[in-house]
Design a protein around this ligand. Sequence first.
Ligand code: AMP
Length: 288
Amino acid sequence: MDHSSNITEVRRQVDEARADGLNIGFVPTMGAFHRGHTSLIEASARICGWTVVSIFVNPTQFAPNEDLDSYPRTLKSDLAKAQASGADLVFAPSAEQMYPSGFKTYVEVEELGHVLCGKSRPGHFRGVVTVVAKLLNIIRPDALFLGRKDAQQAIIIARMVEDLDFTVEVKMRPTVREADGLAMSSRNQYLSVAHRTIAPRLFEALSVSGRLFDHGERNAAKLVDAAASILRAESEIDVEYIEIRKARGLEPAESINESSLLFVAAKLGETRLIDNIILDPEMGSFEA
Ligand code: AMP
């Protein structure tokens, strides 16, 4: 497996693989790999002939008060994990390469990017969508692998791909969890020992609503309340939002008669965690 920080070199290698008749899978990441990331790389390596992984802690998706500087950076071990998971090339550019002086163009997905996490993190999805659009233009993959753990992000990127006529196929993959249900996240390592024991409550709360849904409850307010009451019982959990929205356009759902998601974001101390489950009238509730 090779790695490069150079856009021209990456394009050259991808062109070569394409000329060899291989289809190109792409996994964009911010590094600090855990099994959530490696599951995406493995899926790409299974499905595609050639897999590119990007590692870039994208400054434009962090607000000034957020954790850009302290975000974990573990390139050496990430390269080893990428290789073991079947990646063919890691693209790890610098911020100067991605945003040279004079950079002025941003991509914004209206409405979908302004609810849920977009409300508390203004500009976040503008940064995410812009960097993904750039990466798609650099790599021109056939398939793009995204985790459902960040379901809003995946839905917004799928919207951008459709709206801007990118030809890539978006493949959303299931959330990988710790044994106690906590969704794996690079930010979990910020949790104190005490908060780490409480963190699985998020998924427990979602699962309680999921079971109610599977028993026939379709009233969104009742489903939200069932999850919220579990989180309210834990004084250390500071809930930012808990909402049910439709999967396609992220509109609020009152009664669930189409595929929807129950989303939660909460802070434990300084650490912000997100999670979600799918509530689908035909398929029941399942982990996103
Ligand atoms: P990040 O490095 O946090 O930007 O994540 C890169 C990709 O990995 C995104 O598509 C995430 O949705 C995905 N991802 C992060 N955590 C998980 C997880 N626990 N399970 C599945 N995918 C994940």
